[in-house]
Design a protein around this ligand. Structure first.
Ligand code: SAM
Length: 257
C-alpha cells in the first residue's frame, strides 16, 4: 500500500492534503487485506499502519532508536513468523494448577515447550519434591532472561535455547505447552510418536483440532484458561484423560463436579 501511494505521487497524482493521502492508504490497506482474506485483525493493523508510520517520522527521532527497537523486537519474537507462536506469559493461577500435575516419583522429568520468560518452569521447579524441569525456548532474549532468573534464584531448573520440534520428548513424564492453535497439529504428531507410556501432556488454552480433550478440573475458572490433558496409554495411544496418577490427584475435585 505504501508502494501504491509512492506510485501515485510519482505519477503526479498528489493528494490534496497529507490526511487525504493517509486516509487513502488506510483504505487501500484494509481493502488489500480483505482481498487477500487475511484474519480480521490484519485489516485494522494495515489500516492504522500508515498513520502510525507518519506519526513516527514526525517525531524526528534518530534512526538508531528505530534500529534498536527493531533489534529488541526481533530478539524477543525471533521466528514467530514461521512458528506462529508469539510470546505471552501464563500467570500464577495456571502455574498452581500445573504444579498439581507434577509427577512425584524420584527422577521424574518435566518439560515446558516454549518456556518464554521462564515463570512457569521456575515455579514448577520450586515445588517440594519437584522433578527435573527443563524449559526449551527458541527466542534469544526470553531464553537469556530465563537463564538469568534461574541463576539469580539458585534454581535447579534448566533452560535450553532449542526448537522443541528437534527435541526428543520420550524421556519426559510430563510435557507442558502454552503455544498457539497453529502449532498444535504438528505437536500432536510429535507427541503421539515420542511420548512414553504413562506420560502426560498438558496444553494451556489450546486443544488439538480433531482430537478429543478433557480439561483439568479447576481450569476454565476466572483467570485460568482451560488446561487440556492427554495421557499416553500402555497401548501406545495418546488419548484424552489424565491417567491414574493425575486422576488420583484430582479425584476429590472430580467427584464433586
Ligand atoms: C505463549 S509463550 C508461553 C511461555 C511460557 N510457557 C509460559 O507459560 O509463560 C510461547 C513461547 O514459545 C516459544 N516457541 C514457539 N515455538 C517454539 C519452538 N518451536 N521451540 C521452542 N520455543 C518455541 C515462543 O518464542 C514463546 O516464547
Amino acid at each position: 500500500m505504501l508502494l501504491a501511494g509512492w506510485l501515485l505521487v510519482t505519477l503526479g497524482l498528489q493528494p490534496p492534503s497529507a490526511w487525504v493521502g493517509l486516509a487513502c492508504q488506510a483504505l487501500s490497506g484494509a481493502l488489500l487485506s480483505a482481498w487477500l482474506r487475511l484474519p480480521s485483525w490484519w485489516l485494522a493493523i494495515n489500516a492504522v499502519f500508515p498513520a502510525a508510520l507518519h506519526g513516527a517520522v514526525a517525531l524526528h527521532w534518530p534512526p538508531i532508536v528505530f534500529l534498536g527497537a527493531f533489534v529488541a523486537l526481533a530478539l524477543v519474537y525471533w521466528t514467530t513468523f514461521s512458528t506462529r507462536v508469539p510470546l505471552y506469559a501464563s500467570g500464577p493461577a495456571v502455574w498452581d494448577l500445573m504444579a498439581r500435575c507434577l509427577p512425584v516419583r524420584p527422577g521424574a522429568r518435566a518439560i515446558d515447550l516454549g518456556s518464554g520468560l521462564g515463570g512457569l518452569a521456575l515455579h514448577l521447579a520450586r515445588q517440594p519434591g519437584a522433578p527435573v524441569v527443563l524449559g526449551l525456548e527458541l527466542a534469544p532474549l526470553p531464553w537469556l532472561w530465563s537463564r538469568c532468573r534461574a541463576r539469580w534464584q539458585g534454581s535447579a531448573c534448566r533452560f535450553l535455547r532449542q526448537d522443541y520440534r528437534q527435541h526428543d520428548l520420550s524421556p519426559y513424564d510430563l510435557v507442558l505447552a502454552y503455544l498457539s492453535p497453529a502449532a498444535m497439529p504438528a505437536l500432536w504428531q510429535q507427541l503421539a510418536a515420542q511420548l512414553k507410556p504413562g506420560a502426560c501432556f498438558v496444553s494451556c488454552e489450546f486443544a488439538v483440532p480433531g482430537q478429543a480433550a478433557i480439561a483439568l478440573p479447576g481450569s476454565g475458572l476466572a483467570g485460568v484458561p482451560p488446561l487440556y490433558v492427554w495421557h499416553m496409554g500402555t497401548d501406545g495411544v495418546l488419548a484424552a484423560g489424565m491417567g491414574p496418577d493425575l486422576t488420583a490427584v484430582f479425584w476429590e475435585k472430580l467427584s464433586c463436579s
